[in-house]
Design a protein around this ligand. Structure first.
Ligand code: ASP
Ligand code: MG
Length: 449
């Protein structure tokens, strides 16, 4: 059971988590928690402030977040455990203050210090949650994730070393779970082989949960968040958007780009490799079943599971007679994007031109200057990518026609279909997004209205 930052944002949220875990008592649960909401951002900001030379301002900026932990502790814990957690928090403060000083003085490699600092978010939330669960009468035991998840040395986005991690997780957690204990650990944090703290990248708590679930061959990995699973479309556009019951790993992967609310494919890979179902559920509405993500989701009646979108998209078109019948052109083109670390999202080609979309335009000018050596370049801003996802989409005849006939008065600027069997993506001007999505949703999900 993994709880994200919003699921542990304040005393009420902690209390909800305790009752959710309580329901699974006796089922062999392991709890993985994120830092309290906003704490990771605050720690990263403090690191930057210290790096810029003001470690004491950096430390002060964390005050309100220490207080949030104290508030949970004083509302939910008894005297003794409140004292125990208080002592833990005091230690954390001292350590953080000295780490921030080290950042200012550059007395250790900065990347290493950054992970050591940011790890306090999960260290504290997991300690606190352990005490809260105990106060609920559960046999919770705090486990330091850094003793179980072993990674390489890439601070900030370390890669887990599976074999070692699996062995440690099994060794520490298996018998404990069998004995009815509920291990509680921080997500996101790990350590390299020498024992230095590393982190798995932003949002990495899902990754931790998937690793632990896979190592223990769990029946299910639950990702508790603040939305009820994955929706048929953005509820801000269609009020009748509904929760999807079952998604395949492939469908979930295609949707990942469109919002942090959906699982990142990298983070659930361990679950995918071990065929373990992942359930996304809402800690504010625990009675709802959320969305189950598993190997096979089955084809839905209308083939379509979800209509996702993203605005703020820029289209680049490169045309060059040199492209016709020659090889190496694409390679030269992609190298430009690689050099400027710019991610391409949608791509479509003709014989003499390529169109592609970007959502990060930080290096756009440089990219365009370089691309102009290859051909004529056009840049157009203000677009939106719309992505329709569903198993069986590529192999269904008439579906594209059904989709586009629904919006036949809207100009479609770019289409990409067939790369994946579950995805049809197209691009329209931003101002049409609401209209396009509500019409498509109305046509393909008429019953949810
Ligand atoms: N606390 C970390 C973050 O905000 C990890 C997580 O929440 O998954 O990125
Ligand atoms: Mg998160």
């Amino acid at each position: 059971m993994k709880f994200g930052g919003t699921s542990v944002k304040d005393p009420e949220a902690f209390a909800r988590v305790a009752s959710i875990v309580n329901r699974e008592k006796g089922n062999g649960a392991v709890v993985v928690t994120s830092a309290m909401a906003r704490v990771t951002d605050a720690l990263l900001a403090a690191f930057e402030t210290a790096k810029a030379g003001d470690s004491s301002a950096a430390f002060s900026s964390l005050g309100e977040h220490f207080a949030r932990h104290e508030e949970v502790s004083s509302e939910l814990l008894g005297d003794q455990s409140r004292k125990a957690f208080g002592a833990e928090l005091e230690l954390a403060k001292e350590e953080l203050s000295s780490l921030l000083m080290r950042v200012e003085r550059r007395s250790l490699p900065l990347q290493m210090l950054k992970d050591a600092i940011v790890a306090y978010g999960e260290q504290l939330s997991s300690r606190l949650l352990t005490e809260v669960l105990k106060a609920e009468g559960l046999k919770a035991r705090h486990v330091d994730a850094r003793r179980l998840i072993v990674t390489d040395d890439e601070y900030g986005s370390a890669k887990p070393l599976w074999d070692e991690t699996e062995e440690l997780v099994r060794g520490d957690l298996e018998s404990s779970v069998e004995e009815g204990e509920i291990p509680v650990m921080g997500g996101f944090i790990a350590a390299n082989r020498s024992g230095e703290t590393t982190t798995l990248g932003r949002g990495g708590s899902d990754y931790s949960a998937a690793l632990v679930g896979a190592a223990l061959d769990a029946r299910e990995i639950q990702i508790w968040t603040d939305v009820t699973g994955v929706l048929t479309c953005d509820p801000r556009i269609c009020a009748d958007a509904s929760t999807i019951d079952v998604l395949s790993y492939n469908e979930a992967a295609e949707l990942a780009y469109f919002g942090a609310k959906v699982l990142h494919p990298k983070t659930i890979q361990p679950a995918v490799d071990h065929g373990i179902p992942v359930r996304v559920c809402n800690s504010q509405r625990p009675e709802e079943r959320g969305t189950m993500v598993l190997a096979e989701s089955g084809v839905s009646d209308n083939r379509i599971k979800s209509i996702a979108h993203k605005t703020g998209i820029t289209i680049l078109r490169i045309s060059s007679a040199r492209m016709l019948g020659s090889y190496g052109f694409m390679s030269a083109l992609f190298q430009v994007f690689e050099r400027f670390r710019t991610v391409i999202d949608v791509i479509s080609t003709s014989e003499v031109s390529v169109a592609l979309t970007l959502d990060n335009t930080e290096y756009l000018d440089k990219v365009v200057t370089e691309l102009e050596r290859l051909g004529d370049v056009e840049v157009e801003h203000g677009y939106a990518v719309i992505c329709i996802v569903g198993e069986g989409l590529r192999d269904s005849s008439g579906l594209a026609s059904k989709i586009f006939s629904t919006i036949d008065d809207v100009n479609v600027s770019l289409i990409s279909h067939g790369a994946s069997s579950v995805n049809l993506t197209f691009v329209v001007k931003e101002e049409y997004v609401r209209e396009v999505i509500s019409r498509l949703h109305g046509r393909f999900f008429p019953h949810s209205a």
